[in-house]
Ligand binder design. Structure first.
Ligand SMILES: NC(=O)c1ccc[n+]([C@@H]2O[C@H](COP(=O)([O-])OP(=O)(O)OC[C@H]3O[C@@H](n4cnc5c(N)ncnc54)[C@H](OP(=O)(O)O)[C@@H]3O)[C@@H](O)[C@H]2O)c1
Length: 321
């Protein structure tokens, strides 16, 4: 299989390159691209050292599939170019996720929506993938009536530049504190705020969760925050089911769905490099409403929340086409 990675020098692109070593895909050719700034850089890949080229129309001919690990505006420009050259695009950005004719896929949740012949497949937001993996088994058995969550998102979720900023703040600490500082801080919104007061990140989480769980009217409330953690996103999730279940029943159905359920809450320091979704502190909210439960969910945003899910989409697409 001939694979391209656009954005191969970024934090998700690099994770994807290294994950190819573990993939079931037989890679016969690997092409890597980024901006002109990175042109000519040699990077280590599981198949030997590889040159970074500039992303342009010459990048695509002859590829079977291209992973886009770039911003939404860059995907908007280059995904159609790949499509015109019969290259399937797996896009990590938010650009196409809500398009009706673009499947938004988490293979273990809605892999069956990957039909025949689609040229663009979207990879969800890094909070949404672990969230739907954790809740889909609950939805299937007990129904889902309402969902509220607050996120605690690591700095790597904002890309390499943001991570560099945190490293710099750590190096220079103590220094003058400033607005938007990561170190010793929590930022209570991610992305721009709309006229209703919702952040871009919160709207993405709501719309994508509804699309993947196939619950277009699911009542949801989300608060997304950035915390001074390098890698690993956590979320405090409260949900109301349609049918009462004991916490033991909910735990069992989640474990059967592959989620690692523990008594203690998963911690970001232990999540980096892990492929799993973890859930802890599952409890029934007896002081809230009937059928209300809370839990703490954690996953590696760069793997389960991005590169690993993209790779699993590619495998699902390749082996079932
Ligand atoms: N970080 C996460 O946890 C996460 C999770 C899920 C989804 N995502 C999404 O994945 C995408 C990549 O995120 P990231 O965190 O990896 O970002 P990043 O670290 O900032 O990397 C961005 C990549 O895009 C390249 N690039 C920038 N402008 C370009 C242009 N005009 N033409 C070609 N390449 C260009 C950069 O190349 P240079 O190095 O040459 O500048 C770099 O390789 C984004 O859409 C993001 O929302 C990220």
């Amino acid at each position: 299989m001939r694979i391209g990675i656009a954005g191969a020098t970024g934090i998700v692109g690099r994770e994807l390159v290294s994950l190819l070593a573990t993939s079931k895909l037989e890679v016969t050719e690997l092409r890597l691209s980024a901006t002109t700034r990175s042109k000519g850089i040699m990077v280590a890949t599981p198949f030997g050292k590889q040159n970074i080229t500039e992303l342009n129309a010459d990048f695509f001919p002859g590829l079977d599939l291209c992973f886009f690990c770039v911003s939404a505006s860059v995907s908007e420009k280059w995904v159609p170019v790949a499509k015109d050259q019969d290259v399937v695009a797996i896009d990590n950005s938010s650009c196409y996720r809500l398009e009706d004719d673009v499947p938004l896929i988490v293979p273990e949740v809605n892999g069956e929506h990957l039909g025949q012949g689609e040229m663009i497949i979207a990879n969800p937001n890094c909070i949404v993938t672990p969230l739907v993996v954790a809740l889909n088994p609950v939805k299937n058995l007990f129904g889902l009536e309402e969902l509220c969550l607050s996120t605690y998102q690591s700095v790597s979720g904002a890309g390499q530049k943001a991570l560099d900023q945190l490293e710099d703040e750590i190096d220079k600490h103590p220094g003058p504190s400033r607005d938007g500082q990561f170190l010793l801080n929590v930022l209570g919104s991610i992305g721009s705020i709309d006229s209703y007061g919702h952040s871009q990140e919160e709207i993405k989480i709501i719309n994508e969760t509804r699309k993947i769980l196939d619950l277009p009217d699911l009542p949801m409330a989300v608060t997304a925050a950035r915390v001074a953690v390098k890698r690993g996103h956590c979320q405090a999730v409260t949900f109301i089911t349609k049918r009462w279940a004991s916490t033991e029943e909910i735990r069992k159905v989640m474990e059967a769905g592959g989620i690692i359920v523990t008594d203690i809450p998963p911690q970001p320091l232990a999540l980096g490099g892990s492929d799993c979704v973890y859930a802890g502190r599952l409890r029934e909210n007896k002081e809230h409403r009937p059928r209300s439960y809370s839990l703490w969910v954690g996953a590696d945003n760069l793997r389960k929340g991005a590169a690993l899910n993209a790779l699993k989409i590619a495998e699902e697409w390749w082996f079932h086409q």
